[in-house]
Design a protein around this ligand. Structure first.
Ligand code: 5RP
Length: 234
């Protein structure tokens, strides 16, 4: 087995431990935001087990993929048509800034629904392996920006004027990646970001942008797992 495989297996185990810890925070009767990504898969699987053991809760999924997984596990789902807010949303992240818990999300392309659910939550918790912790956002990850297909080239230029190197996300076969909402993702390289709330605001003001994967001031807690075990950051 190669060392890369061992590291990847360990990361998966850390993601699973963090997700299972957070799944235990779900209480009877809650409306729960169900995140998207490999860490969130462990979360939804753990919640599926809790549901089978008799815990009653309703999920609001943040992507079509999560919706399918939750339904396959028998988790009852609801929507914002029935419920104004979410009691607890649990999701992964691509980068988590130490100290602030500002985030980059959206490598999986689900950032818009994820942000809608996070913003509607009384509590938003991040689950991740330790490799996601950074001192400054942008160290390893581009900022995904969801943009309307019409005029995306103009939106791209305006994002470029904010200082980003921008590339439209493509599938492995070279097609434009299309989000669950039917939009494009423009991946923006801002380098290391010193003022995430200012960049998040500036991106949001660009016409054609639906929202970005910068999540500032939303996460209340992060459950991070690494070689030394679980850390609960607030
Ligand atoms: C999807 C996301 C994911 O939460 C993020 O990409 C983390 O994914 P993973 O748990 O697979 O590392 O934002 O849009």
């Amino acid at each position: 087995m190669s060392s890369a495989t061992v590291i990847n297996d360990q990361a998966q185990e850390y993601k699973k431990q963090a997700a299972e810890f957070a799944a235990d925070m779900v209480q009877e009767g809650m409306i729960v935001g169900l995140g998207t990504g490999t860490t969130a898969v462990f979360l939804v699987q753990a919640l599926g087990r809790r549901h089978r053991e008799g815990l009653r809760f309703l999920g609001i999924p943040t992507s079509v993929a999560t919706e399918k997984l939750a339904l396959s596990l028998g988790i009852p789902l609801t929507s914002f048509a029935q419920h104004e807010s979410v009691d607890l949303a649990i999701d992964g992240a691509d980068e988590v800034e130490r100290g602030t818990l500002n985030l980059i999300k959206g490598l999986g392309g689900a950032l818009l629904r994820e942000k809608i659910v996070a913003a509607a939550s009384k509590k938003f918790i991040i689950v991740a392996d330790e490799s996601k912790l950074v001192d400054h956002l942008g160290e390893h990850t581009l900022v995904p920006v969801e943009a309307t297909p019409f005029g995306w080239e103009s939106t791209e230029r305006h994002l470029g004027a904010l200082g980003a190197r921008v590339s439209p996300r493509r599938t492995p076969t070279g097609q434009f990646f299309v989000s669950d909402g039917g939009n494009l993702i423009l991946d923006c390289n801002f380098g290391t970001i010193s003022d995430p709330p200012a960049i998040e605001d500036a991106i949001r003001r660009v016409v054609g942008v639906v929202d970005s994967g910068l999540f500032t001031g939303l996460a209340a807690e992060a459950v991070i797992c690494g070689p030394k075990g679980l850390a609960h950051l607030t």
